[in-house]
Design a protein around this ligand. Structure first.
Ligand SMILES: NC(=O)c1ccc[n+]([C@@H]2O[C@H](COP(=O)([O-])OP(=O)(O)OC[C@H]3O[C@@H](n4cnc5c(N)ncnc54)[C@H](O)[C@@H]3O)[C@@H](O)[C@H]2O)c1
Length: 254
């Protein structure tokens, strides 16, 4: 189990699913955590996990410096940012309208970019010099596309390259700030519950695409996030960790 004792972390999208599991996991591993969400339900999750909570729309770029300040001022440092909040759009290239495209990109890629920028500014001020770990959450939909969600797939594809750009920038600047991506496959969370309302049987169908023949549990994704956020992997930056039950590893048709 990674040792995160004394580290200070921000986790976005903490009200449910992978974000809630990550708040619990980072707390269990010893980190101080500020969970944020647009949904006030995040307050109860954080209260139960003895974490702090702030309401935040991650797409509002102007809010990011204050969120980072809230986390770092309390403990005098910032060590971890998990850019987890994300939304699906559910529209194909023929159906997507400009507002839905902008909203999806606002949450899924503008938010993580603004988060990385604000977090790096704070991590550079850490006592002892620039240090920290950023974990961005993409999706297997950034590796094999969904015909019915052009904005989700393409914005998650952008997350993968955002990570690499942040990672190599920090490395070239000599900052001990790593940035990595976790790529979840189909995981039992609110996103899939919502999709199941529109497409009955979806959860069973996507579970069957995994060689392990089940959906992931959010705690399994949180474990990968905790590892990448820890000091256990100092040579990992710009990397991608699949948590998909093998779904992206099997040849189509088998
Ligand atoms: N569940 C899956 O199958 C799956 C698969 C691949 C990737 N992911 C990714 O994992 C991440 C977590 O999703 P989840 O599955 O836990 O879904 P979820 O819907 O349970 O959680 C997403 C959280 O993000 C919050 N959120 C939405 N818009 C926000 C905003 N503008 N500002 C702040 N918070 C906002 C929601 O309120 C919610 O609490 C997402 O980035 C998602 O794309 C999920």
């Amino acid at each position: 189990m990674p040792d995160l004792a004394g580290k200070v972390a921000i986790v976005t999208g903490c009200a449910s699913g992978i974000g809630a599991a990550t708040v619990r996991r980072l707390r269990q591993d010893g980190a101080h955590v500020l969970g944020t969400d647009i949904d006030e339900g995040g307050a109860a999750v954080c209260h139960e996990a003895r974490a702090d909570f702030a309401r935040q729309d991650v797409a509002d770029m102007a809010l990011w410096p204050a969120i980072v300040e809230q986390a770092s001022a309390r403990h005098g440092r910032l060590d971890i940012l998990v850019n987890n909040a994300g939304i699906v759009a559910g529209a194909s290239i023929e159906d997507i309208d400009d507002d839905l495209w902008d909203r999806t990109y606002g949450v899924n890629i503008k938010g993580p970019m603004a988060g990385c920028r604000a977090a790096i500014a704070a991590m550079k001020r850490n006592p002892g010099g620039a240090s920290g770990a950023i974990v961005n959450i993409a999706s297997t939909s950034a590796m094999a596309a969904l015909p019915g969600d052009v904005a989700y797939c393409s914005s998650k594809g952008a997350v993968r390259v955002l990570t690499k750009s942040v990672a190599v920038h920090c490395a070239k600047q000599g900052y001990a700030i790593r940035c990595n991506t976790v790529i979840p496959g189909a995981t039992e969370t609110g996103i899939l519950d919502n999709a199941e309302k529109d497409i009955p049987g979806l959860k069973a169908a996507v579970a069957a695409t995994s060689p392990l023949n089940r959906l992931g549990d959010p705690s399994e994704t949180a474990a990968a996030i905790a590892f990448l956020a820890s000091d256990d992997c100092p040579f990992m930056t710009g990397a991608e960790m699949l948590v998909d039950g093998g779904a992206m590893s099997i040849h189509p048709g088998f």
